[in-house]
Design a protein around this ligand. Structure first.
Ligand code: ZN
Length: 474
């Protein structure tokens, strides 16, 4: 080839490479048409976890596609770990190779993009940060012990920043408080490599999705179309597994101090409720569900992984009539009411909490029908619940008031709706809600939009009894 021709080719290639490196934002002419079936964000994470020091160094690469109708000049992430002071040190935010000025204000990370991101275009953001995990053995961090460490366990729940949803031209971040949750999470694709340092020899990592141990200190998990990705680590885990009738695997991780009977009951309730809900709502879409005995109070839902608190195992009476049964069935139900159908957990918590609590009853109706009367008394009426079901987490002065109104009056509300509509229409409504808003963030208006005009009429008196905003036609 003539030397004179080679020069321009080399220059063209060099320019193309340089352009690709210099511009972190895909040029608008090149952006494909919107495909709303794929998540707006895909995260590739490498995390070095020092088990002895209780620290994690994270490099999180996020590909974000602008699926809004407007060009975006800035971006925001929600960073739950920064609810605690002294936990999160955010070292660097980059778009492509360009280091960005950023603000970490409360639980929001915000920054301007180096150039406008047109609709359909994508940007590659890198976050580099360190977490000093909170001690979850006492104080307020104990109740939120799904993120933190105890002598028996390290939990990584809500540990990775998520892109804030863009709603009505605003990035949504909620003020964290101790009552309820304040997350609003879009589905995203997750690929996480955990590298363990200074860990006890027998440590196991419980994680959702597809994956597991790669070598002695190296774990890798891929979790597609998920609200988040949570892990639990312990050198004291016992691992049990069951297969549901529909072919999903349930992996149960219990602490070695727990009786084998309690561990077996936990696994049985988890697998049985997963099958029952799959039949009642929509089929469970994942290959696995991971259920973990959390070394902290109560329980907590994540996508593909749930925690049930240690206290329910320690105090288990050996019978189905127990919080171990109820909280397990409750957290499994969040795989539908939270994980598949998302909602704003701060402003409309009833959409997941009332439904998850009522799902406990639906589980008992089919699995243990002889104890449904006990459930109404023990779980609900005994506490004489008061308050509006559609309250936000910000309007209650303590957790008991919040649970009584949103969860417990919530189940009375749903049961009365069922009475108004009849069983066939009520279960059709739940199936319709689970299907229509799968992978989305649903609002109360979305829920009510599924009712026919006649059903709105039929349920008007019930709505007026329980809701602050009973008028759904406006
Ligand atoms: Zn719940």
């Amino acid at each position: 080839m003539n030397r004179l021709y080679i020069y321009p080719i080399i220059l063209t290639i060099a320019f193309a490479l340089f352009s690709a490196d210099a511009s972190p934002v895909t040029a608008s002419d090149d952006c494909p048409p919107l495909d709303r079936t794929q998540p707006t964000a895909a995260h590739v994470v490498t995390a070095d976890l020092d088990y002895a020091a209780k620290t994690v160094h994270v490099r999180q690469q996020t590909r974000y596609i602008n699926q809004t109708a407007e060009a975006l000049n800035d971006l925001a992430f929600n960073a739950a770990p920064n609810r605690w002071s002294g936990v999160m040190a955010l070292g660097e935010v980059r778009a492509g190779d360009i280091a960005l000025d950023f603000a970490l204000d409360g639980t929001r990370i915000s920054f301007d993009l180096p150039e406008a991101l047109a609709t359909g275009c994508e940007v590659h953001i890198t976050l580099d940060f360190t977490l000093a995990l909170p001690d979850a053995t006492g104080g307020p961090t104990r109740r939120k012990g799904y993120f933190g460490h105890t002598p028996r366990q390290i939990n990584l729940g809500r540990w990775l920043p998520t892109v804030a949803p863009r709603i009505d031209g605003r990035w949504i971040t909620h003020q964290p408080i101790m009552i309820g949750e304040q997350d609003i999470l879009e589905v995203a694709d997750w690929d996480v490599t955990l590298i363990l340092h200074n860990s006890p020899p027998d440590v196991l990592v419980a994680g959702p999705g597809i994956g597991g141990r790669v070598d002695a200190n190296h774990w890798h998990f891929v979790h597609a179309s998920a609200r988040e990705i949570a892990f639990s680590l312990s050198p004291q885990f016992r691992e049990d597994a069951a297969l549901t009738h529909d072919g999903a695997v349930v992996n149960a991780y219990t602490l070695s101090a727990t009786s084998p009977m309690a561990a077996a009951h936990f696994l049985e309730v988890a697998a049985q409720s997963l099958s029952i809900y799959g039949n009642l709502f929509t089929p469970y879409p994942r290959e696995r569900l991971v259920v973990v005995q959390g070394d902290f109070p109560d329980g907590m839902e994540f996508d593909g992984l749930v925690f049930v608190g240690d206290g329910w195992f320690v105090n288990w009476n050996g019978e189905p009539r127990s919080y171990l049964t109820l909280i397990t069935a409750h957290e499994v139900a969040h795989q539908w009411w939270y994980a598949r159908v998302g909602n704003d957990s701060a402003l409309a918590p009833w959409l997941d909490e009332a439904l998850a609590t009522y799902s406990e009853y639906l589980y008992l109706e089919l699995a243990y029908p002889q104890i449904t009367d006990w459930w109404w008394h023990f779980r609900v009426d005994n506490l004489a619940p008061q308050g509006f079901v559609d309250g936000t987490v910000y309007e209650f002065s303590n957790a008991r008031e919040y649970i009584n109104a949103v969860y417990l009056r919530g189940v009375r509300f749903l049961h009365d709706l069922r009475g108004d509509l009849g069983d066939d229409a009520f279960f059709a409504l739940l199936r319709d809600y689970a299907t229509t808003y799968d992978g989305q963030i649903a609002t109360p208006d979305d829920f009510w939009a599924l009712l026919t005009a006649e059903q709105r009429e039929l349920t008007a008196a019930t709505r007026a009894r329980y809701l602050r905003q009973p008028d759904i036609d406006g």
